[in-house]
Ligand binder design. Structure first.
Ligand SMILES: *Cc1c(COP(=O)(O)O)cnc(C)c1O
Length: 383
């Protein structure tokens, strides 16, 4: 149902670029100004109005990739998420959120919503009934995230979007893990797609940014909230993000290939108890993933056998670096039990399926043989 006639890599490379009228250079110029005229102009431009030339350029590119009418860039993923939620939730409203969501989003909801008079419920699972059973008379928004962190659970996007429509609710997805290369949720009926552009869209571990993509109607509401909350991305960062997205298609293609290779290598390994990757036939949600994803992404998690100490294993890796973040061209690893899920007790972690030996691997674009060599030498240190 793609609305764009251009191929994805062509959109990545060309769509939304600013023509250099002055010198004819190949790259979008950066317009670093916060001061624009207000007399006799069609558009009153200002950075916090999200309408400077560089903001519009990168927004146009992201909108094309998300098959959306419009997108705007934010200064972080959380600025995009918080602004969008506050655009659609008022005092007295209720939201249903997926149980497994990004830690920052979870913290925003549990720390701030009640004192603002916004009610919330988390689901017990990711099935349609899990969401539908939490809907109340004041529910306004359904919020999902797929693939989820760190167990790569897959939520049936179309089924949830259809259910939200039936009840007249706004549906929002955090599309960060898939990237618009692997998943275009608006085609499946979701109203709003959000990214932490700090991850795949940026892709080089050097940008903090976010983005929201939707119809003009919804974006108008989000824009009105955004100019009050002020999470606008600077023109310089817009330029870097635009430059990064030029290679998004080929980067993600390689992330997909490498992660698929690493998932099956780890799955066959005697030192590994379990692998979580939606591209594996053994993944419980593989069939849904196949239906709604063009590629299975660069993220996977695996559990080391009990006799291995996961902290020591991680410290013995030489090429694969421990990192809180993800989705860079370089492979990185983290232990959810010491980071995102550190505040839970071991028992609580166990109940949500996160063992202390679980490692989350963000597979980069390196040669996979070198990643395998790194893992093998780390395991050898236990001999
Ligand atoms: C990192 C991340 C966020 C938050 O993005 P920031 O750019 O760090 O604010 C939101 N959702 C997911 C899935 C993420 O991985």
């Amino acid at each position: 149902m793609a609305k764009n006639k251009l191929g994805t890599n062509t959109i990545c490379t060309h769509t939304g670029g600013i023509k250099d009228e002055q010198f004819g250079g190949a790259v979008s110029p950066i317009f670093m100004t916060s001061s624009y005229p207000f007399m006799d102009v069609d558009v009153k431009r200002y950075p916090r109005y999200f309408n400077t030339p560089n903001q519009e350029a990168v927004g146009t590119k992201i909108a094309a990739l998300e098959h959306a009418e419009m997108a705007i860039p934010f200064t972080s993923g959380m600025a995009a998420i918080s602004t969008t939620l506050f655009a659609f939730l008022n005092h007295g409203d209720h939201i249903v959120l997926q149980n497994e969501i990004y830690g920052g989003t979870f913290n925003l909801v549990v720390e701030d919503f009640n004192k603002m008079g916004i009610e919330y419920s988390f689901t017990d699972g990711v099935g349609v009934a899990d969401f539908e059973s939490k809907i109340k008379s004041n529910t306004k928004v359904i919020y999902i995230e797929t693939p989820s962190n760190p167990l790569l659970t897959i939520t049936d996007i179309k089924a949830i979007a259809d259910m939200a429509k039936k009840h007249g609710l706004i549906s929002i997805i955090d599309n960060t893990f898939a990237s618009p290369i692997n998943q275009t949720p608006l085609d499946l009926g979701v109203d709003i797609s959000i990214h932490s552009a700090t991850k795949y869209l940026g892709g080089h571990s050097d940008i903090s940014a976010g983005a929201v993509a939707s119809s003009k109607k919804h974006m108008d509401k989000i824009w009105h909230k955004a100019k009050n909350t002020g999470g606008n991305l600077s023109d310089f960062m817009c330029y870097l993000l635009e430059r990064s997205i030029k290679t998004l298609g080929i980067r993600v293609e390689r992330h997909n290939l490498n992660a698929a290779f690493m998932a099956s290598y780890l799955d066959d390994h005697t030192a590994i108890a379990k692998v979580y990757y939606p591209g594996l036939k053994s993944h419980p949600d593989h069939e849904i993933a196949k239906q709604q994803m063009l590629g299975f992404g660069g993220m996977l998690s695996f559990e080391l056998n009990e006799e291995y100490d996961a902290v020591k294993f991680q410290n013995e890796l030489k090429l694969i670096k421990p990192s809180m973040s993800l989705a860079g061209v370089e492979s990185t690893i983290l232990l959810p039990s010491l980071t995102s899920h550190a505040l839970l007790t071991p028992e609580q972690r166990k109940s949500v399926g996160i063992s202390d030996n679980l490692l989350r691997l963000s597979v980069g674009i390196e040669n996979v043989e070198d990643l395998v060599t790194d893992i093998e030498q780390a395991l050898k240190t236990f001999d």
